[in-house]
Ligand binder design. Structure first.
Ligand SMILES: *Cc1c(COP(=O)(O)O)cnc(C)c1O
Length: 498
């Protein structure tokens, strides 16, 4: 206790490894009633040389530590969280109820098909609903995140070309794309070829044609996010897709921004061949802590043979899991994917229905436009076109006038109880501040956000140091982000901890 007190019992949350005492435990085990086995003899060379450095704490120590940590967290259940591109919307609690139903939550992933008919039916129904929402022919629920969905889609594109005796290598990507797009290409052995979007913030046909014609026989695919990361709809999508198809390539759609177009536009109708969903963004699975997520891929019929294996099929009156898929890219995730996320997405879609999903997009777009309209006279917008679901501001004029930059504004927002919006993305915007309010916020919340930003803009002129040194009302103030990025310490070690 004195040691902890001296290091600040209240303010500094010591790691669990620095708590407790040797030999302390929160569990009491019954006496051994079977013959003792020597682990060393049983495991041989696999036996640990040294005991694992596990925390040795009492139950209350462990409980208090983790509950305190949870209270220091920023969450969508406690505050406004307008993190652009992440769709941090409220997650209806009925989804949680559904995912926790014993018949879903307690399933063992190795149960035989005949004992999991309900779960397989839910998967099949969800596949059909997702396919219908985006105008595609089939869906694989396996990928566990948006980025893994991208990778899976690109693997399918590669398998498709190979089946035709071709092996084009280039994947064209506009410079406004999410960083995961080029990363997925590289991971799959493709070459990412960036090209610039136009001054209006969308892809221009002439620029794309020129890029494609630099390697007309080597076009594997185009990756497009629509609406793009500036929150703008790529209206030329059908023409864009035709240019790619004419050169033998396929069109990959990054579907992470689907929240803006539900019930309004379907990527499949606009020429997209394969795309991923981010169920944890659009279809309300809690996220923000790094998972678990779910990134199903939807595809046109021509790509169906290559989808991940196994697949769920309906045969007569039964659902069966089919493993014999000779053309499949194989398994991309253990078992069936993150099943709990599928239950949540299914519950959400059934709860809202087609009209509800359409209303989601209407409100998401209205909310973003409301923020843009109320703020753009004080804070410059990156592109002066009415946005869809998110609006991107720039610190160009703010910095020229006050020296205050996007990072300062974002940090000061924490003092006003708001999670900072996405900053410095997309890269094509100088000092970008990307705000995605989502449809689940009320006008009062949006007004409070506008008030906070306006107060900070006033502070930027009158007391700039207050903004530059923010946040002030948090446990830790401004962190050294450059050092954190260059010398990340991702793991606790006894040496560093002491
Ligand atoms: C979030 C996002 C991704 C990546 O999704 P993860 O689930 O985080 O892997 C890809 N593209 C866009 C546009 C996104 O917003």
């Amino acid at each position: 206790m004195p040691a902890e007190a001296s290091r600040g019992l209240e303010f500094e949350e010591l790691p669990i490894f620095e708590r407790g005492a040797p030999g302390r435990s929160g569990a009491s085990l019954a006496p051994l009633d079977v013959p003792e086995v020597s682990a060393r003899a049983a495991l041989g060379a696999l036996h640990r040389q040294k005991p694992a450095g596990l925390p040795e704490v009492s139950e209350p120590e462990a409980i208090r530590h983790f509950v305190r940590l949870s209270q220091k967290n920023f969450s969508i259940d406690t505050q406004f969280y307008p993190l652009g591109s992440c769709t941090m919307k409220h997650n209806p609690k009925v989804n949680e109820w559904a995912a926790r139903l014993d018949g879903f939550a307690s399933l063992h992933p190795l149960l035989p098909d005949r004992l999991i008919q309900g779960a397989l039916e839910l998967m099949k129904r969800l596949e059909a609903e997702l396919a219908q929402i985006v105008g595609m022919d089939g869906v694989s629920l396996q990928p566990a995140a948006g980025a893994q969905g991208e990778l899976t889609g690109l693997m399918m594109i590669r398998a498709y070309h190979r089946a035709q005796g071709r092996s084009p290598r280039k994947v064209f990507i506009p410079d406004s794309a999410h960083g995961t797009n080029p990363a997925s290409c590289a991971l799959n052995g493709f070459e990412a070829v960036p090209f610039p979007s136009g001054p209006r913030g969308v892809v221009e046909l002439e620029t794309l044609t020129r890029a494609l014609d630099s390697a007309p026989n080597d076009v594997a695919a185009l990756m497009m996010t629509n609406p793009n990361t500036l929150g703008l709809y790529e209206e030329a999508m059908p023409e864009i897709a035709a240019l790619v198809h004419a050169r033998g390539g396929l069109v990959y759609g990054d579907g992470a921004n689907l929240n803006a177009v539900l019930g309004r536009a379907r990527p499949g109708d606009a020429g997209v061949d394969v795309m991923q969903f981010n169920l944890h963004k659009t279809f309300t699975t809690p996220h923000g802590g790094g998972g678990p997520g779910s990134g199903p891929v939807a595809f046109k019929r021509i790509l169906a043979p290559f989808q991940p294996s196994p697949v769920v099929e309906r045969q007569g009156d039964r659902y069966v899991v089919v493993h014999d898929r000779p053309d499949s890219v194989g398994r991309v995730r253990s078992f069936y994917g993150n099943f709990g996320m599928m239950v949540r997405a299914y519950a959400y879609i059934r709860e809202l229905g087609p009209e509800g999903l359409r209303a989601v997009s209407d409100m998401a777009v209205l909310n973003a436009n409301y923020l843009a309209a109320r703020l753009k006279d004080r804070l410059s917008v990156a592109v002066d076109t009415p946005p869809l679901h998110e609006v991107v501001f720039t610190d160009r004029d703010l910095e020229a006038k006050t020296g205050i930059r996007t990072l300062d504004l974002a940090k000061r927002l924490i003092d006003y109880g708001v999670h900072p919006p996405t900053v410095y993305f997309p890269l094509v915007v100088r000092g970008a501040l990307m705000v995605e309010p989502t449809e689940t916020e009320t006008k009062q919340t949006l007004d409070a956000f506008v008030d906070a930003v306006q107060k900070i803009l006033r502070e930027a002129e009158e007391t700039p140091d207050l903004v530059r040194r923010a946040p002030h009302n948090t446990r830790l103030s401004r962190l050294d982000e450059a050092r954190a990025a260059r010398k990340p310490r991702l793991r606790w070690t006894r040496e560093a901890g002491e």
